[in-house]
Design a protein. Sequence first.
Length: 388
Amino acid sequence: MLRLLHTADVHLGARHADLGEQATAQRERQFAAFVATIDLAIAEKVDVVLIAGDLFDSNTQPRRSVERVAAELKRLVGATIRTVIIPGTHDVYDRSSIYRAHDLKALAGSTPDDDLVTVLTPDRPEVHLASCDVVVYGTVFSTKRAPHSPLLGVDAASNGRATWKVGLIHAAIAIPGKTDRDEVVVTTDEIAASGLDYVALGHWHSTQQGTAGAVTYAYAGAPEPVAVDQDRAGKVLLVSLDRNAAARTVAVEERVVGRTRFERVELDAASITSQPALVETLAGRADPDLVLDVRLTGVRPDELDLDVDEVEAALRGSFLRVRVRDASLPALTEGALPPPDTIAGAFIRDVEARIAELEAGGSADEAAELRDVLRLGRLLLAGHEVAL
């Protein structure tokens, strides 16, 4: 059996300009997830750690940050666990590559005579780890946009040097109309024809897996979300390759290493009595590691006055990120309508007729705006003060 830990897209050193004061904390969360990844590899006694690109967010990193990463890799060296790394599209192997500027292998305590740490490059597209009985293929380009598929010419089935053949690729799987502009693209047909046993992918930040022909492939996803909307991030993959007389098997197991959690909540607007009450209800879920996405639905009472920006501002310090969306609709008029020859009666009839036309014609957004006009009009005609 061969046991791998597959990770990718750690994006250490990301600037997170959109997070403001939280940027430094998010960088530390990403590094903590990398440390947890190393901890897991050692605890599980895996044979090889695969890092499928974008270990660093860019090639512009201070030496202390590279040394910090090397110190973690050195822990793997101490446990005699091999590590194979490929550059990605953020830490691309161009002239300014961080892997040219720093000898990560040496910094991690691996010598030229051992295979404990390997960084694949355009000049070294594969490595045979004899002690683990595996060849790792990882085509690397010297430009961000690849001139061809990284699987071009890969025929692992014809390679008899090892029992196991593993691909290490930083690329998007081709989806017509969606990945046409990606810098590096592979197809499932190319994966199926590669002769590999497992393809460890990086580039997409959500964990997912599949098969192409007899080949199992997977994206590990980012071990800690790089953006706060990446709710399938936060994991690494433990991969077990085994064989018996009948067949070869590849088992992929997800393990959580990130701290960020995601929660989506739907609330019926009819159950909310006021904006302060909504803030109090949501504050009960307070968690600095939680990204909370709240959606208000249903029919909103006329008296309920909400400003979602104010709600988010009131909760901001209680969560990693909070988002409140109001998808509720003001009610149509219930009960008997005022006489049509009154201002209220004429107003309600005209507006509700227009709402019916818009909803029948599929103009939901315009109809929703008119429902709010109807709500405000009813309040004003009833003598309520309304903040506009």
